[in-house]
Design a protein around this ligand. Structure first.
Ligand code: CU
Length: 237
């Protein structure tokens, strides 16, 4: 009985070791699959935006929404929009829905920040420094910001539930990697366009790892830049 018992114990230990080994191998295999999936998760999408012929349009915000598939908005972030030399810095922010933004005032003069936009209506009564907690942006849309004291102070916060988003660089390009296969609706917006998002949009298809190139030509319709001593990031385009 003893011997049998001991043998039985041995067998059990052996079996446990064996199953542990199998489990380890399975985990390793899953890890390899995950790594492979991460390497070849999808395709690179490159968008080029021009206006008035071939002029690159920097600062165009692009948003990709999957079609016919559940949307996975990006994780919320904590962002900051400062006030420096009587200007908002940065003057365009793009954030996922659910993000927070703090509005410190680094200037010696006081500012009174407000927004009347339906996506987020708020007011921070006259202040300097950082007396208020961050604002929570829980609805997608365009939020236009101003200051009650300095009329020229103007900034935008784009709150988006898009799965992928970004904005064009100085050469009018935006690139993103690893976009999974599927159809997407691509929307865009620029501070000098009148509508948010632009009434135009584009459907794009991503298949495997095949790179996708999209060109968007915005012909006319841009508002003229504001004149004055307080430039905005979008004036130069
Ligand atoms: Cu101000």
């Amino acid at each position: 009985m003893m011997a049998n018992g001991r043998i039985a114990t041995c067998d059990a230990a052996e079996a446990r070791r064996a199953s542990a080994l199998v489990a380890t191998i399975l985990v390793a295999a899953a890890g390899m699959l995950a790594t492979r999936a991460a390497v070849a998760a999808g395709a690179a999408v490159t968008v080029t935006v021009t206006q008035g012929g071939d002029k690159p349009l920097a600062g165009t915000v692009l948003m990709l929404h999957p079609l016919g598939a559940p949307q996975h908005p990006q994780a919320p972030v904590r962002a900051t929009m400062d006030q420096v030399n009587r200007m908002f810095v940065p003057d365009v922010l793009v954030i996922p829905v659910g993000s927070t933004v703090s509005f410190p005032n680094t200037d010696k003069v006081r500012h009174q920040v407000y927004s009347f936009s339906p996506a987020h209506r708020f007011q921070l009564p006259l202040y300097s420094g950082k007396p208020y907690p961050p604002q929570h942006f829980d609805r997608a849309g365009l939020v236009t910001l101003g200051c009650n004291i300095h009329d020229w102070m103007l900034a935008y916060i784009v709150v988006t539930d898009a799965e992928f988003f970004g904005s064009t660089d100085g050469s009018g390009k935006w690139s993103i990697k690893d976009v999974p296969s599927g159809r997407y609706r691509m929307e865009w917006w620029h501070p000098r366009l009148r509508e948010f998002p632009a009434s135009d949009s584009r459907e794009i298809e991503v298949s495997g790892t095949e790179p996708v190139e999209v060109r968007v030509a915005i012909d006319g319709g841009l508002r003229p830049p504001a004149m004055g001593m307080h430039p905005h990031s979008w004036d130069a385009y």
